[in-house]
Design a protein around this ligand. Structure first.
Ligand code: EPZ
Length: 421
């Protein structure tokens, strides 16, 4: 199994190019099911989750040509509507094929994703919304079997909770439904926005893009013809992670290909810790703090502070001058990194969904285990400043969502190598 060996204490410098967003690519790949013509996607990140979803499309009968950042997908040949457990259990986001398969083919069977390292993550809101659009649902043998032989119809959907994946599934389902769907309390994440824009560019009338109330007039069963090529937006979480790398190592580094608006919450928090920024179109340079100040964070839906940046900030806060507090409001179990960070010498205490991060003078190298994608990057960040040589194990989590993390960090001057055991 691969692990990362990191010798702490190196300053970073130079420029790093941010890849396309994993969480924008996944719904966009699922949305290609709405078309029976060729779709070209560019700027995909080279990560395992993308390959997993493309594999699922191939298993459904779609034709996929994939080369690092570009995929050419033709879903005219789909001949199965069953998303099997073997794929869905590897990646929960596979549930995103539910809406598009059902709305295009009138039936599908998708494995239930099951538990997850960061919380229960049910899909009840996706199912309830599709039922409101006329789907008949049955859960049997670990699969959701959905039917709508005459197609889905428009409906007014009020999400009890803001859900990114739920909003995406319903936007896709609504795009080919009969009539108008109104989504109230919709997610406004940039990834949802890009999905809506892709569908709107295909001629579907969508109002309220980037707001919490989205209205979609469906094509009444007609497949969509997407504009070519579709370029994936920059990954705001990868960008935030590199900004944290600059902050924790006290280094000036520049990120290229970022959308500053998408990372504003991260910039604001790093500014409150004493870092400053120069922004020039798609480039952003972080100037590190002389002394990192503590920070208080409460995770929230976009445009609030992203839960996907919580673990990385915990690593940075660990070496700040004073106590920081981080409250996790989205997922009930997203603190698995705490005990591993403490093995590197941080002093973090948990009470309910809040972590108190006490200041530590220095971190010391250790062998640690990654527990989920963002937890893994927090461990890497802490290891960059720990005295000695750390090993970060179970990095298959990292490979799911960070494009060439060790290559990009070592190009910035970090002492980091991938090894196998
Ligand atoms: C997306 O997950 C992201 N994944 C996650 O990224 C991210 O952490 C999350 O949104 C929140 O921003 C992708 O985009 C592929 P949700 P998603 O539905 O869509 C509850 C990463 O590291 N909920 O917005 O699954 C749910 O349990 C990750 O890249 C229900 O109760 O998240 C959670 O508490 C991991 N019922 C909250 O809503 C439902 O039917 C928000 O979840 C659906 C969700």
């Amino acid at each position: 199994m691969d692990y990362l060996e990191i010798v702490g204490g190196r300053k970073l410098s130079g420029e790093v190019t941010i890849s396309g967003a994993k969480n924008a690519s996944l719904p966009i790949i699922a949305a290609t099911i709405l078309s029976d013509r060729e779709v070209i996607l560019t700027n995909l990140p080279n990560v395992v989750d993308i390959r997993t979803l493309l594999k699922l499309l191939s298993m459904l009968g779609g034709t996929v040509k994939h080369d690092n950042t570009v995929a050419i997908i033709d879903n005219s040949s789909i001949n199965s509507t069953k998303a099997v457990y073997e794929i869905v259990s590897q990646m929960r986001a596979s549930i995103l094929v539910l809406g598009p398969l059902l709305t295009r083919f009138g039936e599908c069977e998708v494995s239930l994703p099951g538990g997850c390292a960061i919380g229960q993550r049910p899909i009840d809101l996706h199912l309830k919304a599709l039922e409101a659009m006329g789907a008949k649902m049955e859960i049997k043998g670990g699969y959701v079997r959905a039917e709508a032989p005459n197609g889905l119809h428009g409906a007014k959907i009020v999400f009890d909770k803001i859900t990114v994946g739920g909003t995406e599934n319903i936007v896709m389902a609504a795009a080919m439904a009969h009539g108008t769907t109104e989504i109230i309390n919709a997610a406004r994440e940039p990834e949802v926005v890009q999905l809506c824009e892709m569908i709107a560019d295909a001629g579907i009338k969508i109002d309220g893009i980037a707001t919490d109330r989205i209205t979609i007039v469906g094509s009444a069963g007609k497949t969509l013809s997407f504009k070519k090529p579709i370029e994936i937006i920059p990954d705001r979480i990868e960008a935030g992670t590199y900004l944290c790398a600059g902050a924790i190592t006290g280094s000036k580094i520049t990120l290229d290909k970022v959308n500053q608006e998408h990372i504003q919450a991260t910039i604001d928090k790093l500014e409150s810790m004493g870092c400053s920024f120069t922004i020039n179109n798609e480039k952003i340079t972080i100037h590190p703090a002389k002394k990192l100040a503590p920070v208080n964070i409460v995770t929230a839906e976009y445009p609030g502070f992203p839960t996907d940046m919580q673990a990385q900030f915990m690593a940075v806060a660990a070496i700040a001058d004073g106590e920081s507090l981080i409250e996790e409001r989205l997922f009930e179990n997203r603190f698995m990194h705490v005990s591993e960070l403490n093995r590197l010498g941080t002093d973090i205490w948990l009470k309910g969904n809040t972590a108190a991060i006490h200041s530590t003078d220095e971190l010391n190298a250790a062998t640690v285990m990654a527990t989920d994608l963002r937890a893994s990057s927090a461990l890497v960040l802490a290891a960059l400043v720990a005295n000695g040589t750390s090993k970060v194990k179970r990095i298959y989590h990292l490979d799911r969502g960070y494009d060439n993390l060790e290559g990009k960090l070592s190009a910035l001057g970090a002492d980091i190598v991938r090894k196998s055991e």
